[in-house]
Design a protein around this ligand. Structure first.
Ligand code: C2E
Ligand code: MG
Ligand code: MG
Ligand code: MG
Length: 279
């Protein structure tokens, strides 16, 4: 609500702010509808072993499909879901769909470890771990068939509580990855006390490896840190062979990025996966 401060009050909202609010409202309505009537999809981006190129799993990335068939990316609708109180419902849809897909692929002889993203807000919701555990158990997921990706802000906010939630997740056979590593404010001592399995080196460093010596040095240091902590290390945002070679030579374990493959709808992912196994 605009402040009632006399003549100037109408200036509180700029036209840009109004346009943004309208867009957020439209997105919120779309998202609500999509959650009820199937307007959401998961696309899958392969993660491969950096040495052999063999598929290890896939990251599930949410897509909102508009009435005109256009795809809206999570950078736009996740913040709206968070502010509209829809992130819990969205997160549970993502988890259930990923588990369903994992089990369906397993039935067809495809063993695909699927990673899902969990927003900090969702992570801190009461009963989050318990509810995820129920979803995983209902769908017949293999142990370690599902991974959860969390950002630093999700786990560093309250480390003791985070450790408790993570241990609960691990008791359900879920693996934990720290996503976008290097963009938040991890305390190194906290990092070593968290029950993590994986570290994902953020793409802001990876994408600059070729051009920027500082990013190269940072990526290298993060790999060394991950190894020292006995974590699997994934390079994300790999867009060139040169970058992949650099990360491999520094001891990175797994690769993800456009150079390997873009995210794909499930049917395309199946084709990609079968081609990899054929070759
Ligand atoms: P993220 O988890 O770090 O996912 C990686 C993002 O980088 C994806 O964008 C992917 O398409 C993009 N990407 C992968 N390889 C490359 C590359 O080589 N170059 C470039 N330029 N980009 C690459 P996307 O799908 O738009 O997702 C953006 C972010 O939205 C994700 O970042 C994640 O934080 C969030 N997100 C996606 N799906 C979900 C979800 O289901 N729930 C929640 N809470 N967040 C999600
Ligand atoms: Mg992720
Ligand atoms: Mg990431
Ligand atoms: Mg990200």
């Amino acid at each position: 609500r605009a402040k009632q401060s006399g003549r100037a009050s109408y200036q509180f909202y700029t036209p840009e702010m109004v346009a943004q609010a309208d867009a957020a409202y439209a997105l919120e309505a779309m998202l609500k509808e999509a959650l009820q009537s199937g307007g959401l999809e998961l696309h899958y981006q392969p993660v491969v072993d950096i040495k052999s190129g063999k598929p290890i799993g896939a990251e599930a990335l949410a897509r909102l499909i508009g009435h005109d068939g256009r795809t809206i990316n999570p950078a736009r609708f996740i913040p709206v879901a968070e502010s509209a109180g829809l992130i819990g419902a969205l997160g549970e849809w993502v988890a259930a769909e990923a588990c369903r897909q994992h089990a369906a692929w397993l039935n067809e002889g495809m063993r695909v470890v699927i990673a899902i993203n969990v927003s900090p807000l969702q992570f801190r919701q009461r009963d989050f771990a318990q509810r995820l555990g129920t979803i995983v158990a209902e769908q017949g997921v293999e142990p370690h068939g599902i991974q959860v990706e969390l950002t630093e802000s999700a786990v560093m906010d309250n480390v003791d509580e985070a450790i408790e939630i993570l241990n609960q997740l691990k008791s359900f056979g879920v693996k934990i990855a720290l996503d976008d590593f290097g963009t938040g404010y991890s305390s190194l001592s906290s990092l070593s006390s968290l029950p993590l399995d994986k570290l994902k080196v953020d793409q802001s460093f990876v994408r600059r490896i070729e051009r920027d010596p500082a990013s190269r040095a940072i990526a290298r240091a993060m790999i060394a840190l991950g190894r020292a902590l006995n974590l699997e290390i994934v390079g994300e945002g790999i867009e060139s062979e040169h970058t992949l070679e650099y990360l491999r030579s520094e001891g990175c374990d797994q690769a993800q990025g456009f150079w390997v493959s873009h995210p794909m709808p499930p049917s395309e992912f199946v084709q990609w996966y079968r081609n990899q196994h054929a070759s």
